[in-house]
Ligand binder design. Sequence first.
Ligand code: PMP
Length: 405
Amino acid sequence: MNRDDFPILNQQVYNRPLVYLDNAATTQKPLCVINALTEAYTTWNANIHRGVHHLSQVATARHEAARQRVADFIHAASSREIIFTKGTTDSINTLAFSFGEAFVHEGDEIIVSAVEHHSDIVPWQMLCQRKHATLRVIPLRPDLTLDLEAFPTLLSDRTRLVALAHVSNVLGTINPVRDIIRLAHERNIPVAIDGAQSVPHLIVDVQDLDCDFLSFSAHKIYGPTGLGVLYGKEHWLNLLPPAEGGGEMIEHVRWDNTTYNTLPYKFEAGTPDFIGSYALSRALDYIDETGRQAIVDYESELTRYLEEQLLTLAGIHVYAASLEKAGAVSFNAFRPDGELIHPFDVGTLLDRQGVAVRTGHHCAEPLIDHLGVPGTVRASLALYNTREDIDALLRALRTALAMLS
Ligand code: PMP
């Protein structure tokens, strides 16, 4: 893993070397991804699919090769199961609208978990409002794991779908998605996984997991921003109506009867981000060249080190301490009298020392309310982070605590 592959990391902020620990929000890009964007715009940019001319055919081939690249990366059975979207949020909204149109009616139920990002709550709430359905929530145990004993009691004949995050973007914890999928499938209920935080840090194999849908964002996995993926089992995608109308998603348009394109184009109205998909495929190449298992092992060792180091500091509380995590650790600082130091103050003092972390509710207000705090400080890792980064965080945190206590 070569830090020099990520030119942005080699800079100073406030005269201190940048320590970038906000990777759960977005990752930095390796040169091969940045160069892919320039290469595309300088040599083969042309709108795809509808062109007979050379550049259009090159662009189409690159976009479709990228689709196959994504399918291989998550081990989808076919590239027809890979829909390009604008990001995880767009993937989940597309699914919620489309699935809702086909399968959700008054009195039906959708289940989400207590640790979801707003992107995996609000689209389902909107669907429930639209269809007069009910949203139910898998609760947390005191140790902040999902309550697997409560989960089966939530399943009913009215449950239409279960949606949950593979990895919590706040706690970094890995949810028991295999158990949830098995229990839901016993009742023929499909499961949609929010993979925004798992696909970048774990080896996610959709066939092995047996999830029915999976969403993730390119920008969180070293790829370009504004692009995402919605995976769906072909069987399901065939049953779902398109969520948006426009060019490319049609077979024929007639005033009296418009017919729709085959998969995956049925779900891709308008010109897709074919430059972004190419750059994403280069990001996935970069990951494979680095070694996926090597990245998983390295990051999990680094995450353990981060948590261990935080736990050595008096006044620091780590959430879900000792639970296995993938890439992110949330904590708060407390004064000797037990009063919470606002996470924003901690984050600001870390920033002045060159350390970039995220503070606040991390777009997961129900979970933050459950924790009973105004927010947390979250440090999140990527393959280019090192023990030195974590040591720098700890030094900066000691200084911040001394100032704020
Ligand atoms: N789900 C989870 C678990 C996330 O961490 C995020 C990004 N923080 C999202 C959804 C939304 O991703 P995006 O903003 O790329 O659509």
